[in-house]
Every structure is written in structure tokens, then in C-alpha cells.
Design a protein around this ligand. Structure first.
Ligand code: BGC
Length: 411
């Protein structure tokens, strides 16, 4: 038995995103989509976990479990519910949330945009419109002005590469569904101008988001506050099988490197990994029937994190924070094993000299999993959907104890 000791200032936390946990995010485009006739969302987000009101006890609970950090997002649609109308009250709300973190010895890692945008932005074509970076930069200015002194680290965007990844994984293209036409009508734009961050896999959108990222990077660095700034990427471990070397290399370029290469000069890259992808000569190989899977249908494969950390560090050449890693399952014992094996990968990467600065599990609590609704359970804390009562699962205590000890027992 050997103990691996993590670096002294290692961040240990859980992650959430505003729309998935706050509840009643009614000025967001996602709220509109969830309520469209023929929606592809399994159910609406509704009250979610009522984290908007319950953040004080939620943050206290995470601190009590042993974590020293919390990654959460703030909601643009609340802070700027109509174009140019900024809400002081909502900025104050998030200020109280950040202050609550500090009161509990929790370092807040703040995401400024986690998939959702104000519904008014869609009238301009959302993330397909060249004026959006300017509007996003204006929002970032307000945010850093009001909150900057309390931020420990910031992610400008969450997973701008997700749509490209989904385009490989989903059996259908959301843009070719009747739902897309209904969405276009709802936002008052033609179908080719529905600029939804989560669903549009076009290089033009990538350029617009990176323009916004660069502007935000400078604005956040100008202060107030002095904290590292980066963004997060959805990274699957792409492995080749059955003569799939060149196809896998193509996948790596399209899904990861086109994004990672743009991050030189950033303070960190947020690695978000759930599973691996096997690529053969003809493309994606679906996991076989007998392979253990998570509730999203992906292979149970905690070791994916080893490949993604190494690849991200090598291509981006900057420090890494694991900003999301976890398992959707109803069997929490599988989650504990998943964390254990994934943390082993983090330890191995640190031992090889890679600068990994933190580990955040997805997610702090069972929450609204976008189009899949509330069925997938990613949380280390269970939430009773009616009473909103929180019940930490054994994995919460397990991971919290590792966090508190800052060490992992290696067999
Ligand atoms: C996202 C989360 C999501 C999680 C699990 C990531 O793509 O950042 O919002 O809930 O994966 O699917």
C-alpha cells in the first residue's frame, strides 16, 4: 500500500451549472426550447434543485463533506434579462453566493457561460452572429466589476466543442428535426440562424465563440481581482481500433485539437471527461451489448481521464484542471469505483510531471440533464424532487474524505 499525496494547493470540488440546478431560469433560451410544442426535451427544468434559494445550505454541505472548492455558473439571462438591462439584484445574488463560498473555506471557480444564453440573444442569431462577442464582452465587464474580487478562477465558456462531439455521437442531427423549425419560429429567425450554443456544429460558430473568449479573457484579467482564466472542453479519450489509426487522428483533430490549439496563452484548460470513443477504419465503433455502460449509454471507462489529461496538456501546453468527471448511474458503488480509478489517473499524470491543478466531480447533486431531463443521476448528493431534501450518497463521503486528506491510497 502506498499513498499518493496531491500538491498542497490542489482544488477539490464538485461542479454544477446554473440552468441545471437553480430552477425557473425563465429568461433563458433553454426555457423556451423546453416548452415548445414537439420539444426534444424529455421534461422542463422547472424548479430544478432550487439551488437559487438553497445555495447557502448546499455550499455548507459541500464544505462539510471535505471539499475546498466549488465550480458553478452564473446565468447571463438573469443578469441581463433584456438587452442592455442589467439587474443589480441578480449580481448581488451571485455576490452573496461567492461570499458564502469564502465563508466556508471554499474557492469559487466561476463559469460565466454554461450552455444557456438569454432568450433575447436568439433574435440576433445567437452564437452564429458576429455581434455576439461584443454583447458577451459587455456582460463580462459587468460581472467582473461586481464580482471580480471574490472569484478564485473563471471559465469563460463550457464546452464550445460539444456540438461537434454530439454530431459524431447522436443518431440524428437536431438541425434536421421539425423541432428546429419550431425553435426558429419561436426566436423569430430563419432555421439557419438558430445559433444555439449546445447544438450547432459549424466552424463559423467556433470562431465567434473564440472571439468572445479572447475578449472575455482580457476583460477578466483587467480586474478587479486577480485569478486564472480559461475555458473547458468536452474531451473523450479517442482510441483507435481495427485499423482506425488515421480515422482516430481525424477525430482527434476535429473534436479536440482544433480547440486545444487555440488555448496557448490561457491560464488553464478545463478537461471534462466521461468515457472513451473507439474509432475504427469506418468511424465510431459502438460499445457492445455486454459492455458496462453509464445511463447515457457510454462505456464505463474511468481510465479515459488519463488519455484526455495527457492529450490536453500536450496540445494546449498549459496547466490542466479537471473541471468535470463522473458517472451517471443508480448504483453509487460503481461511482465510488469510477472516482477511485479516475483519481489514480490524475495521480499518474501528476507523477509524470503534468501540471494538474484540481479535480471536480460532475455533479454536486442529481440535476436537470438537458434533453434527457431528470432521469440520469450524476450527483454525489441525491435530491428529492418534491421536497428538495438533499441526501449525500456514499460517494460524496468517499470523495470528500479524499479531498480532506489530499491523498489517495494506491493499491
Ligand atoms: C456538461 C454538463 C452535463 C454533463 C453530463 C457536460 O457535457 O458540461 O452540463 O450535465 O456533461 O452530461
Amino acid at each position: 500500500m502506498k499513498d499518493f499525496i496531491f500538491p498542497g494547493n490542489f482544488l477539490w470540488g464538485a461542479a454544477t451549472a446554473a440552468h441545471q440546478v437553480e430552477g425557473n431560469n425563465i429568461n433563458s433560451e433553454s426555457w423556451v426550447l423546453e416548452h415548445l410544442p414537439g420539444t426534444i426535451y424529455a421534461e422542463p427544468s422547472g424548479d430544478a434543485c432550487d439551488h437559487y434559494h438553497r445555495y447557502p445550505s448546499d455550499i455548507a454541505l459541500l464544505a462539510g463533506l471535505g471539499f475546498n472548492s466549488y465550480r458553478f455558473s452564473i446565468e447571463w439571462a438573469r443578469i441581463e434579462p433584456e438587452e442592455g438591462e442589467f439587474s443589480y439584484a441578480e449580481l448581488e445574488h451571485y455576490r452573496r453566493m461567492l461570499a458564502a463560498c469564502h465563508e466556508h473555506g471554499i474557492k469559487p471557480v466561476l463559469t460565466l457561460h454554461h450552455f444557456t444564453s438569454p432568450r433575447w440573444l436568439m433574435r440576433y442569431g445567437g452564437w452564429l452572429d458576429k455581434t455576439t462577442p461584443e454583447r458577451y464582452a459587455r456582460y463580462c465587464e459587468r460581472v467582473v466589476d461586481h464580482l471580480g474580487d471574490l472569484i478564485s478562477a473563471a471559465c469563460t465558456f463550457n464546452e464550445p466543442n460539444l456540438p461537434v462531439l454530439l454530431s459524431k455521437m447522436l443518431p440524428f442531427n437536431p438541425q434536421e428535426t421539425p423541432f428546429w423549425k419550431t425553435a426558429a419560429q419561436a426566436f423569430g429567425v430563419p432555421p439557419d440562424r438558430v445559433g444555439l450554443f449546445q447544438f450547432v456544429a459549424q466552424p463559423q460558430m467556433r470562431d465567434i465563440i473564440f472571439d468572445a473568449h479572447r475578449r472575455a479573457f482580457d476583460i477578466l484579467h483587467a480586474g478587479p481581482g486577480n485569478f486564472p482564466v480559461g475555458l473547458t472542453l468536452a474531451l473523450v479519450d479517442i482510441q483507435s481500433a481495427d485499423g482506425g489509426d488515421s480515422m482516430a487522428a481525424e477525430f482527434r483533430r476535429e473534436l479536440a485539437d482544433n480547440y486545444l490549439e487555440q488555448l496557448h496563452g490561457d491560464d488553464f484548460v478545463g478537461v471534462q471527461t466521461y468515457s472513451r470513443m473507439l474509432v475504427g477504419a469506418e468511424g465510431l465503433i459502438q460499445p457492445g451489448e455486454n459492455v458496462e455502460k453509464n445511463q447515457m449509454g457510454e462505456e464505463y471507462y474511468p481510465e479515459a481521464l488519463d488519455g484526455t489529461i495527457r492529450h490536453a496538456a500536450q496540445v494546449a501546453g498549459i496547466p490542466v484542471i479537471v473541471t468535470e468527471n463522473g458517472l451517471s448511474t443508480t448504483d453509487d458503488t460503481r461511482r465510488v469505483e469510477y472516482f477511485q480509478r479516475a483519481l489514480r489517473c490524475v495521480a499518474d499524470c501528476l507523477e509524470s510531471g503534468i501540471d494538474v491543478r484540481g479535480y471536480f466531480c460532475w455533479s454536486a447533486m442529481d440535476n436537470f440533464e438537458w434533453v434527457s431531463g431528470y432521469r440520469p443521476q450524476f450527483g454525489i448528493i441525491a435530491v428529492d424532487r418534491k421536497t428538495q431534501q438533499r441526501t449525500p450518497k456514499p460517494s460524496a463521503y468517499w470523495l470528500g474524505n479524499i479531498a480532506r486528506a489530499n491523498r489517495l491510497q494506491l493499491e
